[in-house]
Design a protein around this ligand. Sequence first.
Ligand code: NAD
Length: 326
Amino acid sequence: MRIFVTGGAGFIGSRFVRGLLADEYTGWEGAQVTVVDKLTYAGKRANLPTGDPRLTFVRGDICDTDLMRDLMPGHDAVVHFAAESHVDRSLASAEPFVRTNVLGTQTVLDAVVAGGVERVVHISTDEVYGSIAEGSWTEEWPLAPNSPYAASKAASDLVARSYWRSHGIDLSITRCSNNYGPYQDVEKLIPYFATSLLQGASVPLYGDGSHVREWLHVDDHCRAIALVLNKGQAGEVYNVGGGNERTNRALTERLLELTGRGWDLVRHVPDRKAHDRRYSLDETKIAQQLGYAPRTPFEQGLADTVAWYRDNADWWRPATTDKDAA
Ligand code: NAD
């Protein structure tokens, strides 16, 4: 078996690839893995092992048509993670988001069609649904993205769906809630707060801190992706939630406890533009149809994650600055 993973040097993609190489996912034991990653600021070659004969790493851009068409033939499946992924960056400049997330997805899928690859999982996000005050989104919920990041992901979902419908690709889409865990770039909330607080630096809390996010450990997300890869239906979307809803204020409180710091290190900063108030996924479909259930309790997963950043300062220290980017 051969599997093609885009964005496999990023946070979630690298966890999935390490899981593949460790034979964690049923049906893919012993598989050869090709990773294509541009190694933007968010990707690190060091997130993947070196010297594993099952791993081929190619530094390249998913928007490179010739490269995608050269590499794709002979693979049994594609898991498409590569994306620009940080909301604040998309507010500063949306161009790389539309380019990579929309044109890149189209380029990958054209190569899938040309190369005759049998199975595709397109990795998306709950942010395509917008914001929800009460209740939870099912997969049928209308798309109403509020940031350029979310809009580019929603557009990529529609491109992906159209390749299933038009070209008959066996393609499924996952929409996951906020992930946390080791190897996440320090610009994202949990690693940024954890690494700043560990160093005794202050952290910025947007607005009144009452925004609600649903958290899922990256190990559970990757297990869900493997389930969808193996058992998901063509043309179907699967929400992947964690069920752990926390306000940013409550999350900050917990991170202060885990790092032994106090509220004096928290700066209140003006709210992000069009900041979504709440995300909440209904994950009944993937639970009932594919037997998915998250395994990592949030409190334990969060404590382990903070401990990982404490123990792996060499991984993150060069990148950390005191910035309002979380
Ligand atoms: P990340 O930013 O950590 O990693 C993205 C990877 O894609 C990086 O390695 C980067 O170098 C690579 N990349 C970017 N542009 C590229 C290009 N043009 N060509 C090739 N490679 C390129 O992101 P992540 O958090 O691991 O997210 C992975 C996927 O999961 C994304 O599609 C994202 O939308 C989705 N997702 C993320 C979360 C989350 O909480 N992090 C939640 C739901 C869905």
